[in-house]
Design a binder for this molecule. Structure first.
Ligand code: CTP
Length: 401
């Protein structure tokens, strides 16, 4: 995984959201990164340095004149060893100082001295963020190659609702993974992923769908992003947040998904169809809500949906999924051949703890050359990386041809 062993410098500034940075530091430690926290003087008014020290098990930096620092010249050493600098929360004041290149504290000095990518997560009152001064400062930092995540809309400390909230820890982690993965083994590649179960309307309030949660497709999209790919995720409505740095196209029906896939694959190196596409849709969806009738039986006529994978062909690696409850390998191989795929991910939905709506999956990867990789039960994110390993191999073979 991309994060283990990386050095993260986490700059915390004086915002009510500073407490969320403790949770971020804890998550980073859980992902086995080394976290060096720099707190500005005002951050220390909101959260005690001890909170960060307790989760990172390391000294906290921030005092330029600290006599007892274990580092030689603190900001220079922090700047040099950083794989990424994350400033979360970033106040309007800190953003202004950093945009001006000021170096009156350890954070300012470190930022000036580092070559590492920098992620900025603003948090402030909505009007302060809207102010042209802040907007210009953020734009200047972006122009220097900084990545900016958020702020999010929601209830602010003032009680007002607006755009100014620090994004959630999960999104910060996604942004950190994405930035660190930029030069990964899929850098320069474009990957299209589909996710979720299609929704085929019966009338304005009802639809036919399936149990797909979208988790497998989202895991593939995030894994590809974290390996440097440009990712387009074509998703039905799910409960999952849009992953940072991924272009998400929302669709409902199989026909809409087909149109979105056709559009997205034009420049693609790989299409990974993790979506559970309904094979049939109601023949005549009603424009008005269908009322209950006296009859005890209601027959709904269905017509066949287009088979997206079978129809979308081109010079890219095509990967399908086969969710089966019996004859796993025979059924999967039949699909691999019928749709002329490069790879199929076969999973037995009757395996306990695997498949729909859970976090784990057990699969066999079958490719067009007859290679077979039977994988144990693993996290969907891990399976996503296994699938991408295969995709990278297939892309290499394609180039060699
Ligand atoms: N798929 C697709 N378009 C469809 C149906 C499926 O692109 N209309 C894709 C799925 O996203 C998946 C693969 O094809 O990657 C296999 O889907 P599946 O529904 O298991 O295959 P079917 O051929 O529909 O077979 P069956 O439903 O009989 O199992």
């Amino acid at each position: 995984m991309t994060l283990a062993g990386k050095n993260v410098v986490l700059g915390v500034t004086g915002s009510i959201a500073a407490f969320k940075a403790v949770a971020l530091a804890s998550e980073l430690v859980r992902a086995r990164t080394l976290v060096d926290v720099i707190m500005t003087a005002s951050a220390r008014q909101f959260v005690a340095p001890l909170s960060f020290q307790a989760v990172t098990h390391r000294s906290i930096f921030g005092d330029v004149f600290a006599a007892n620092s274990e580092l030689n010249i603190e900001h220079v050493e922090l700047a040099e060893r950083a794989d990424i600098v994350v400033i979360a929360p970033a106040t309007a004041n800190t953003i202004a100082k950093l945009a001006a290149g000021m170096a009156d504290d350890v954070l300012g000095c470190t930022v000036l001295a580092t070559d590492a990518p920098i992620l900025l997560a603003p948090a402030m009152d909505a009007h302060m963020f809207d102010n042209p001064a802040t907007q210009e400062n953020v734009a200047r930092l972006r122009a220097r190659g900084w990545e900016v995540v958020g702020p999010a809309a929601g209830r602010l400390a003032s009680g007002l609702v607006g755009v100014g909230r620090l994004v959630e820890v999960e999104e910060l982690m996604g942004a950190i993974r994405a930035l660190l993965g930029r030069s990964g083994d899929l850098a320069g590649r474009s990957v299209v992923v589909t996710a979720g179960g299609t929704q085929e309307p019966i009338d304005p309030v009802r639809y036919i769908s399936n149990r797909s949660s979208g988790k497998m497709g989202y895991a593939v999209a995030e894994a590809a992003r974290d390996r440097g790919a440009q990712v387009t995720l074509i998703s039905t409505p799910t409960a999952l947040p849009a992953p940072f740095g991924v272009q998400v196209v929302y669709v409902n029906t199989a026909e809409q998904m087909l149109a979105a896939v056709r559009d997205a694959v034009q420049e693609a190196d790989a299409l990974i169809m993790a979506a559970a596409v309904a094979d049939y849709r109601p023949a005549r969806p009603s424009a008005e809500k269908i009322k209950k009738a006296d009859a005890d039986v209601w027959q709904l006529e269905l017509v066949k949906n287009p088979d997206i994978l079978a129809q979308v062909r081109g010079d890219f690696v095509r990967v399908g999924f086969a969710a089966e409850s019996q004859h796993l390998l025979e059924n999967a191989l039949a699909k691999l051949h019928a749709k002329q795929l490069d790879l199929i991910v076969a999973n037995d939905i009757s395996t306990p703890g695997s498949g729909f709506a859970v976090d784990d999956n057990q699969a066999v990867l079958l490719d067009a050359q007859g290679e077979r990789l039977a994988l144990p039960l693993m996290a969907k994110r891990e399976l996503a990386d296994q699938i991408l390993n295969k995709v990278i191999k297939l892309l290499g073979q394609r180039r060699a041809k």
